[in-house]
Design a protein around this ligand. Structure first.
Ligand code: URA
Length: 433
């Protein structure tokens, strides 16, 4: 294989063959193809795109670049779920026990957060004692026993994506739909998903800022799923303002607990019910999403989803009592952010608030940064609410006064107060199948 020829082909808008894609990925992972050639190829993909077949071939080549999880021995349909990054997105913490309580097992590998979006693994680690590292055998045993396990991605899964993603990050090639789609789907395939439900977010806090781009990403991923024989459904959900009210690890676990106990913010519940409904449909536990909703609501009302969460926490070493009492560590410096003037909140910019939460200590600026699990932001008001001048809009949690000061400046830039009524539109807009 001649890498220069492959770059040339993509640069000139031609299609790259399956064999060429396989050797490109293999060569990149084994080090025989250098970063500079892959960078040139990624930039050519950025400008010229990929056909559906090329994207599917790239996904499979990446999924097969390292170890894979085989769930077939467990004899059940495993439905995986993925949310394409968001602020305040604690849906996995809610959906995993909810769906497992309804009889669809959840075997999930999740990631840590970077930048303004949080990661499920960091949120789980806010529960004292919770273990996210597990040998495959123990992981499978737990799923057989209680129907749910969520652990961090193992070292050698999809190494091609780890290398390629890091390279895209520094070569301005992250925002390419075929590269994003193959990156996400390769991880789902390698983690053993037999069916996949995707939550593609759009808006200021998401990878895709417009609904059109989100639809294109959703269609691309659904097409990849189909071509690889994985039933795939994508929902498109809005991420203009943070989801729910809590942003930050302990705060988000506490909010997930509220939902599992039958209360909590409506926007968050709505996204969870929509995603979980599709998981029950693909997992063959419900005829359609309406039927699924009934089953899910019953599981929330009866307490079986909550019990499943407690079993899950205990099975992974987490302190059940702290969860039952909703007593998780919160950072000691707690203050409020007040409205500068009276009016209606026009917008709470998800990305800016996510970055403010990161600054308070809730997230990582670089892969090496330490997280303060008790740090974050709690929204006392949401878009469309009326506020008086000086009324608290958010509560801030941090371990440092300097961080609070810096976050307040960022928050001021992320909130608009005006005179217009803001109508609340549906958070889930479209389903792509
Ligand atoms: N999330 C991923 O996993 N990969 C991308 O390329 C973008 C978002």
């Amino acid at each position: 294989m001649n890498m220069v020829r492959i770059i040339e082909k993509k640069r000139d808008g031609h299609v790259i063959t399956k064999e060429e894609i396989q050797s490109l990925i293999k060569g990149y992972v084994d080090g025989s193809i250098p970063d500079y050639q892959i960078s040139a190829w990624a930039m050519a993909v950025y400008f010229n795109g990929m056909t559906a077949e090329e994207t599917s071939n790239l996904t499979l080549a990446m999924a097969e670049s390292g170890s894979k999880l085989d769930l077939s021995s467990l004899g059940k349909v495993f439905v995986d779920k993925h949310s394409s990054g968001g602020v305040g997105d604690k849906t996995t913490l809610i959906i995993a026990p909810l769906v497992a309580a309804c009889g669809v097992p959840v075997a999930k590998m999740s990631g840590r957060g970077l930048g303004h979006t949080g990661g499920t693994i960091d949120k789980l680690l806010a529960i004292p004692g919770f273990r996210v590292e597990m040998k495959e055998e123990e992981f499978l045993k737990q799923i057989q026993k209680i129907g749910i396990s969520v652990i961090s991605q193992t070292g050698n899964m999809v190494p091609a994506d780890k290398k390629l993603y890091a390279l895209r990050d520094v070569t301005a090639t992250v925002d390419s739909i075929p590269l994003i789609a193959s990156s996400i789907m390769s991880k789902k395939i390698a983690a053993g998903a037999q069916a996949i439900v995707l939550d593609v977010k759009y808006g200021s806090g998401a990878f895709m800022s417009s609904l059109e781009d989100a639809k294109e990403l959703a269609n691309t991923m659904v097409a990849i799923g189909k071509s690889l024989n994985r039933e795939t459904v994508a929902i498109l959900s809005k991420m203009d303002q943070p989801l729910g009210r809590a942003i930050g690890n302990s705060l988000e676990v506490l909010e997930a607990i509220e939902i599992l106990k039958g209360s909590g913010p409506q926007d968050l519940l709505e996204v969870c019910l929509e995603l979980a409904s599709w998981m029950l449909v693909l997992g063959k536990k419900a005829e359609d999403t309406q039927d699924a909703r009934g089953i899910l609501e019953e599981s929330l009302q009866s307490g079986s989803a909550w019990e499943k969460f407690l079993d899950f926490v205990a099975a992974q070493g987490g302190d059940r009592e702290s969860v039952i009492k909703s007593q998780l560590y919160l950072s000691p410096i707690q203050t409020v952010y007040q409205a500068e003037k009276a009016g209606i909140i026009q917008n709470i910019d998800a990305k800016k608030i996510g970055l403010a939460a990161m600054t308070l200590g809730a997230g990582r600026e670089t892969k090496e940064s330490e997280i303060d699990y008790g740090a974050g932001v709690y929204l006392l008001k949401k878009t469309g609410d009326f506020v008086q001048a000086g009324e608290p809009i958010m509560k801030l949690y941090s371990s440092s006064e300097d961080k609070i000061m810096a976050a307040k400046v960022m928050i001021a830039d992320g909130i608009t107060i005006g005179d217009h009524e803001v109508s609340s539109s549906e958070i889930v807009s479209t389903v792509v199948k």
